[in-house]
Write a protein that binds this ligand. Structure first.
Ligand SMILES: *Cc1c(COP(=O)(O)O)cnc(C)c1O
Length: 232
């Protein structure tokens, strides 16, 4: 089941790349393994998947200890300042930076651990009240301020698009994030590249790829539905 799901997603990613004239190597598929056990992650790992995403620090660090050390772990969920210390030097990218205070904390922890931490700025493109992320207008000021901090590298932007039944509805959201990233790249800010666009989840990753996503975060499509009840 897991293997078939994974192959199916991989095929759809490749097809979306082909449709939009992009190389498959331009898009990183992140397998979002939150709530799923290490054995399932290992199964996907054995199919040569190396990028995995988690949204909770405690769950992430627990899994890092159980699984192969060449996995690239992505922290994709909301991050509390007091938890940054547990992941400094252990994740390849933090996708969810949405305040200068959080960027400052990451910077401090990076210096303590003598490492550089790559980050993305999370943008709430659709302006949904229930979501984290800065507004489109706040993005450039945050990028400019965070770019001054040592120990972090701003690699691009991330968004969580609204939950929709027709993925086409999110096309304008993805377009907007891409435009914003092109605008910011044009400012040539020191310490900032806009090489990563992290957008698209199970329901809409194909559209996101067509609109320029360089990372898609797919959970349910690979691992099946999440059972939060069983977690507690
Ligand atoms: C859970 C999660 C995903 C994956 O969601 P699916 O709809 O299961 O693919 C992607 N991004 C973030 C930030 C998430 O928390």
């Amino acid at each position: 089941m897991l293997r078939e799901n994974y192959r199916d997603v991989e095929e759809k990613v490749a097809a979306a790349c082909a449709r939009s004239g992009r190389k498959r190597s331009e898009v990183t598929l992140i397998a979002v393994s939150k709530t799923k056990p290490a054995e399932m992650i290992q199964e996907i790992y054995d199919l040569d998947q190396r990028d995995f995403g988690e949204n909770k620090v405690q769950e992430l660090t627990g899994k890092i200890d159980l699984l192969p050390s060449d996995i690239r772990w992505h922290l994709i969920g909301h991050l509390q300042q007091n938890k940054v210390k547990y992941i400094a030097g252990r994740v390849c990218l933090i996708h969810s930076v949405d305040s200068l205070r959080l960027a400052e904390t990451i910077s401090r922890e990076a210096l303590k651990h003598s490492c550089t931490i790559p980050i993305l700025i999370e943008v709430n493109v659709a302006g949904e009240e229930s979501k984290f992320g800065v507004s489109v207008e706040e993005t450039l000021p945050l990028v400019e301020a965070a770019a001054q901090l040592p120990g972090i590298e701003i690699r691009g932007l991330m968004t969580i698009a609204p939950y929709v039944t027709d993925p086409e509805e999110n096309r304008p959201v993805f377009k907007k994030l891409r435009e914003l990233s092109v605008d910011i790249a044009g400012k040539n800010i020191n310490n900032v590249t806009m090489s990563v666009l992290s957008m698209g989840m199970t329901g809409d990753y194909e559209v996101a790829i067509e609109e320029g996503a360089t990372m898609v975060r797919v959970g349910t499509g690979i691992f099946g539905a999440r059972d939060y009840g069983a977690q507690k």
